[in-house]
Design a protein around this ligand. Structure first.
Ligand code: ADP
Length: 506
């Protein structure tokens, strides 16, 4: 009887096998490959034959493999590789696939070969592995973010939750909780708002997502915590079936927000108080002088009546002066309010030298005369641009301060030098007011522009603060010059008005 296997070659078997097979010689070179193997690894036969086994695995494993192969050739035996761990192979297109691999030694004549049989690693195992890794990553991320996870089953009306959630809700052991108990721990004031948000998400026309913050009171210790939850409703046939969500403890953040808010309102009310008292003080500063003058003129008028040599002219002058001072007070208030309300600053070009002379007259009229004014005015000074009445006010304030300082120190020959010049560097008009008073010590000098700072018994301490604000509003600067000269030297600048003859140049 003829042998039924006669004519069946090794090659026939090799090609018929369901598994992928490669035959490698003892140098690790591939000498034969079946169709399944070629397909799995993406090669044709001509490319495959002669390749080193190492060429079929990711480069990073190459060295280790060479070592393994040498060890195997010393002790060749049937062996399964990759059980319980992934063996990766490199396809011709560079992609990697996980394989289960078996090795069997074959001896033919005096040559030793290794038959490598392989197939794709169990798909299910691969998916399980991937899932395990992804779950692990999720768990780590959840832990790092301090997140609690919960899953509300609408049908059974219970919530499954993790340890972090139980921790917040003060439930130690149960892996699930009734919905009623879950809600009972929520702060009564927050329940309605929370329910409203969830109701909106339960509406099947919505995308089912919601996010809400509420307080949870731990029933064991009464501690209140703020929770931020984000979740999604799952629907089946238009009905909500599940609510999956995560919760985060945001108590610290809430406390911080509250403290910040408190600080802010405290600051706001302090600021309002400050603004109110500064406004009142500025008004007082403006009214002080005219009121003092009105009082003085009224006394003159009263005396006139009692005077044996009654002079109607004297009485008339006193009463006219009262009227003028009252009007001045009214104007001052008007201007001050306009300035405080930051209305549009009315500016015009004016002659600064003239403004200085007017300010000197006002100062004298206010009872601050009796000093020797030394004027150094730049002739043909170009006009400046600003609010003339405000600039006059600055000058009067500086002059009055100078007189008060000199009087306070009892300077016998009091003089004030007023210099008006062009500051070439800044291209601005520059005014210097220098008195022959005691000057200022370093500590005082640091604070004189602060509102309410005064060293005078009846001072208000707003004069320089207002003067600086007025100068800056007019586009200039006001500062105290620190020099070694006697007395105090104040400086301020103002912008020049555009030159008239440049109008047509464009
Ligand atoms: P007040 O005149 O009401 O004190 P100011 O703001 O005008 O308010 O001035 C603040 C302080 O600056 C004064 O109390 C005084 O100590 C100091 N000061 C201002 N001008 C001079 C000056 N020319 N010489 C010396 N000290 C001055």
């Amino acid at each position: 009887m003829a042998n039924p296997l006669e004519g069946l070659s090794f090659q026939n078997l090799f090609d018929a096998a369901a598994d992928a097979m490669l035959l490698a010689n003892d140098l690790g070179q591939i000498v034969e490959a079946n169709e399944v193997a070629l397909q799995l690894l993406g090669y044709n036969k001509a490319q495959m034959l002669g390749l080193k086994i190492e060429a079929l695995m990711p480069e990073r494993f190459g060295k280790q493999h060479q070592h393994n192969r040498e060890a195997y050739s010393k002790k060749p035996e049937k062996r399964s590789l990759g059980k319980g761990r992934e063996l990766l192979a490199l396809r011709s297109d560079g992609s990697e696939i996980a394989l289960d691999i078996s090795l069997s030694p074959i001896q033919a004549n005096s040559h030793r070969f290794t038959l490598v049989t392989f197939h794709l690693a169990d798909q299910r195992r691969q998916v399980e592995e991937a899932l395990k890794i992804s779950e692990e990553r999720l768990r780590l991320a959840k832990e790092a973010a301090g997140l609690g996870v919960f899953d509300f089953d609408y049908k059974q009306n219970i919530i499954h939750w993790d340890e972090r959630m139980r921790d917040i809700w003060g439930e130690e052991s149960e892996k699930s909780v009734s919905y009623k108990k879950f809600v009972a721990a929520i702060h009564p004031d927050d329940r309605v708002a929370r329910q409203t948000v969830i109701n909106r998400a339960i509406d099947p026309t919505s995308n089912g997502e919601y996010s809400v913050e509420y307080r949870v009171i731990n029933p064991n210790d009464g501690v209140e915590r703020w929770i931020a939850t984000v979740g999604r409703i799952h629907f089946s046939a238009g009905q909500a079936t599940r609510l999956l969500g995560v919760a985060r403890d945001i108590t610290d953040q809430k406390i911080l927000e509250k403290t910040l808010q408190e600080h802010r309102s405290e600051m706001e009310s302090l600021f309002k108080q400050q603004v109110a008292s500064q406004t009142v003080s500025a008004i007082a500063h403006e009214l002080n002088q005219p009121l003092a003058a009105i009082s003085a003129y009224s006394e003159v008028a009263l005396h006139a009546f009692n005077d044996a040599n009654f002079s109607p002219d004297k009485l008339k002058h006193a009463l006219e002066s009262c009227v003028a001072q009252a009007q001045r007070a009214g104007n001052s208030l008007h201007e001050l309010l306009a300035f405080l309300q930051k209305g549009e600053l009315v500016t015009a070009r004016f002659d600064l030298n003239k403004a200085v002379k007017e300010a000197l007259n006002i100062t004298k009229d206010d009872g601050y005369g009796g000093f020797n004014p030394l004027l150094e005015l730049e002739p043909n000074m170009p006009d400046v641009l600003g609010n003339e009445s405000q600039v006059r006010k600055v000058l009067v304030n500086l002059l009055r301060n100078a007189v008060e300082a000199m009087r306070g120190a009892g300077v016998p020959t009091s003089a004030i030098t007023i210099k008006v010049s062009t500051n070439q560097t800044l291209n601005m008009a520059h005014v210097t007011v220098q008195d022959s008073g005691p000057g200022l010590d370093k500590e005082t000098a640091k604070r004189i522009f602060e509102p309410f700072f005064t060293t005078k018994p009846t001072g208000i301490g707003m004069g320089l603060a207002i003067s600086r604000a007025l100068t800056e509003a007019n586009g200039g600067q006001l500062w105290l010059e620190q020099n070694n000269q006697p007395g105090a030297t104040f400086n301020f600048t103002l912008p020049f008005a555009p030159q008239l003859n440049q109008h047509h140049v464009k």
